[in-house]
Design a protein around this ligand. Structure first.
Ligand code: G3P
Ligand code: CA
Length: 243
């Protein structure tokens, strides 16, 4: 079966990652899902931003999570990518849900990143159901603790466990957190572990991250991945159409 195409931080090869512009670009390209990273500010609000330290995509030093919402609102996250995007601000989850509401067939892969309180995460996840979008969102995390929290707070949202390593413990964590997805880094497919088959044997599905070239896409396809997370969703869609 043809894998789903997941736009990593939006269409992050053509617009600054984790911005509304990148999400809209991915939706227009026909991506099935957009992936975002959601971190909690010091005053307990979810903001869409990948790195933990400032400095790469936004000027500043220190950690994003040490800023309050006003501080995050002052960050500018477009000009590092291209001056044409200068003035771009960090989105909130509400902005992302607004994009979903505009594109009927678009799903959201929401990575819960960094530390969260139950109160703050509960507020963010409740906003998804409140917007009537619970059927279009998957929550993923590298943190088993965050996934367990998400399960307790919003059991209706499917979960995915992200992993950059491979062992039986990974499968155990997927099971323990009630995850429907187990999402390995692409290079794990080359290790002879039978990663995708092992995930499928548990009755789970898998998204492979983050191949950006045809040889990586071919490896994911050959292994039987259910979804491919990529910075180049437009190119992957074209490549899949030609296979
Ligand atoms: O969705 C997979 C991928 O986003 C995990 O790594 O560092 O890009 O958040 P990272
Ligand atoms: Ca991510």
């Amino acid at each position: 079966m043809t894998p789903l195409v997941v736009a990593h931080r939006g269409n992050s090869s053509v617009a600054p990652e984790n911005t509304v512009a990148a999400l809209v670009s991915a939706a227009r390209a026909g991506a099935h899902l957009v992936e975002i990273d959601l971190q909690m500010t010091v005053d307990g609000v979810g903001v869409v931003f990948h790195d933990h330290p400032l400095g790469r995509t936004a000027a500043g030093s220190g950690l994003l999570r040490d800023l309050d919402l006003d501080g995050v609102a002052r960050l500018e996250v477009g000009s590092w990518f291209d001056p044409v995007h200068s003035g771009t601000r960090v989105p909130l989850l509400a902005d992302v849900l607004g994009v979903l509401a505009r594109y009927d067939d678009l799903g959201l892969l929401l990575e819960v990143s960094g530390p969260w309180t139950a109160h703050a995460l509960g507020h963010e996840l409740a906003s998804i159901a409140d917007a009537g979008l619970a059927g279009r969102v998957i929550v993923q995390s590298f943190s088993a603790e965050s996934l367990s929290l998400a399960r307790d707070l919003a059991p209706e949202l499917p979960r995915g466990y992200l992993t950059a390593t491979w062992s039986d413990d990974v499968l155990e964590t997927c099971t323990d957190t009630g995850s429907r997805w187990c999402n390995p880094r692409a290079d794990l497919l080359e290790g002879g572990f039978g990663v995708v088959d092992a995930i499928h044997d548990l009755g789970l599905r898998t998204m492979v991250w983050t191949p950006n070239e045809p040889d990586g896409w071919a490896a994911a396809l050959e292994a039987g991945a259910d979804a491919i997370i990529t910075d180049r969703p437009d190119r992957l869609l074209g490549w899949l159409a030609g296979t």
